[in-house]
Design a protein around this ligand. Structure first.
Ligand SMILES: [Zn+2]
Length: 245
């Protein structure tokens, strides 16, 4: 049932992107019937999408069965960053060990997209692309388990930013991504590890500021916007794996 699978993917990615880009903020209720109406899919597919997002830590199954966008505590936020740093240090080691020029080209291609987005796209999209750099890097490590967990942790960092940081303030420095690529190219593991430590350290520092932001857009208009965007890129049967963060 490729069409159903595609619809399921659209529903999942629409909600996920809206959460990652902080359009749906932590604590927002996600009623199945409302989501189904706005995303033009069945409640069954909405339930499936929410179940995936719950396992990824982006959504919580609320009381009275209404799911909400997850609200990680400050302690959980620290745990997320600590774990992310551990895993991304391992990613650095693995990528250096299996480095090829094609990997450099792939990462540079992504950085060019980040630069283009910085000129033409809203900060929320730039922040999502910045996170995707780390997921691409994790993919190059060649360990799907690490890739899965890095992807999850990068997504959860968006929630942490929404609660404890200034909105979109902690997107990664594009120059820092470039410096990492150069260290990989030189096979300089020591520098690459240091750069990654500093990079994630600065992201964490900016993400855990005590700032909050107001929400004034309604659920229907947010999801309508995201459903349109995702439909245009997910019309082919999509795998259930993680492609975006
Ligand atoms: Zn980064």
């Amino acid at each position: 049932m490729p069409q159903e699978q595609s619809k399921a993917e659209v529903a999942y990615l629409s909600i996920k992107h809206a959460v990652i880009e902080q359009a749906l903020t932590p604590g927002t209720k996600l009623p199945e019937d409302v989501l189904a109406t706005h995303l033009s899919v069945s409640r069954t597919l909405v339930r499936e999408a929410l179940a995936r997002l719950i396992t990824e830590g982006l959504v919580e199954s609320g009381r009275k069965r209404t799911a909400t966008v997850a609200q990680p505590s400050r302690a959980e936020a620290h745990n997320v960053f600590e774990t992310r740093t551990c895993l991304e240090r391992e990613v650095v080691r693995l990528v250096i060990a299996r480095w090829t020029p094609a990997m450099g080209a792939a990462l540079e291609g992504h950085v060019r997209n980040e630069e283009e987005a910085a000129r033409t796209q809203p900060p929320a999209v730039c922040a999502r692309l910045a996170g995707e750099f780390h997921i691409r890097l994790a993919h190059l490590a060649g360990n799907p388990v690490i890739e899965r967990y890095v992807s999850e942790l990068v997504s959860r960092c968006s929630l942490i930013l929404a609660i404890y940081g200034n909105t979109h303030s902690s997107q990664c420095g594009i120059d820092e991504h470039k410096a990492l690529i150069e260290a990989f190219r030189r096979g300089d593991a020591k520098s690459a590890l240091k750069l990654m430590d500093e990079h994630l350290g600065s992201v964490q520092q900016r993400a855990l500021m005590p700032e909050k932001k107001p929400v004034d857009e309604d659920l229907g208009s947010i999801l309508g916007r995201y459903a349109t965007g995702v439909s245009s890129t997910a019309s082919t049967p999509a795998r259930r794996g993680r492609k975006t963060a």
